[in-house]
Design a protein around this ligand. Sequence first.
Ligand code: COA
Length: 383
Amino acid sequence: MSHASNRPNSPSSGPRAGLDGVLAGETRLSTVGVTGVGLTYLGYSIEDLSEHATFEEVAYLLLYGHLPTAAELRSFRDRIVANRPIPSALCEVLERIPGRAHPMDVLRTATSMLGTLEPEQGPSDALRVSERLLGVMPSMLLYWYRFHQSGQRIDPTVGGSSIAEQFLWLLHGGPPEALQVRAMDVSLILYAEHEWNASTFTARVVASTLSDFYSAITAAIGALRGPLHGGANEAAMELIDRMQDPDHAEKTLLEMLIKKEKIMGFGHRVYKACDPRSDIIQRWSHKLCSATDRMLLYEISERIESVMRREKNIFPNLDFYSASMYRSLGIPTPMFTPIFVLSRLSGWSAHILEQRANNRLIRPLAEYVGPEMRPWVPIEQRS
Ligand code: COA
């Protein structure tokens, strides 16, 4: 029998561990680390977006390819708000998920469950599903959280007109201050999109099989959960929490570096000199830490940064100063990565749409490094 295939007999170069530096496809959604351009979403710089836009404007930009007019934005916001209610069968599931579960597991399960209750009705339904998920994701997260924290069945439809405001409102059970809402909004803007990172690539791989929208998002949540990706903001907070003051932070960090431990919230696969999002979130961290009398937290973070730069020449990524900023907003640490989901949902959705618009199954090759071909051994002859 022939096993002929179109597999290259002698690939010009071997595999790249972690697909490092491999150009795997095209996107028009963002530029990451392009010299002289930096981070842009559809051509708009992250500096401009975080200064002037709201998260909803950015989500609209990613989903529809252009900045919304005032009327388009009003209508988009209204649709997101209208999408907040949780079906009762899903409320039951959220109540049954253990209160000690990690909220990322809750979001993964809840997204999958919603896919059984409100399945995507073919590819033309994709934008509706993405808007539904943008509206309901904070509701699902905080319904589960508040139910298990205090036994309350909250009404997720209250909470202001933006995702940032709704999140803080439902978390704390009352209206947040304007400064807090803006800080949260900026954070959502910074997390919204980042080219072919691990979770986005996961979503695109799933979409490339012509699977449904919910499957792609559920898989992406799973990929984001790990500490080398989205989970780094939680891991960074856990590290900062171990430090008593800046001097203690310096001593501990030096010990960790001697042991070759990874410091979460530092370094990046693509960026080599800095993460352009880090300066922006650092300024917000400073603003919030100083407004809430948490300057020690900020000073510890700054010292960790300076030790990392001095000893390893490694810079903080978005996750590092997000940690102290979220703490200043009174957000529990296990909620940090789920916030990333509330935002990146917009980028994932845009990538699923982009993948579908010009689809080809994503199926790379692996170099075989297993045993040589050998004869079958009957079970009674095996030792
Ligand atoms: N702390 C300490 N050392 C680090 C480091 C970190 N956060 N990030 C990279 N390095 C070092 C590695 O130890 C390695 O050193 P070596 O060559 O002496 O062994 C070198 O830098 C390359 O690291 P590597 O893990 O191979 O780079 P990568 O491109 O595969 O990884 C990350 C990129 C993001 C996974 C990596 O920087 C990391 O693990 N960071 C911490 C997790 C994190 O913050 N993730 C969020 C990313 S937005």
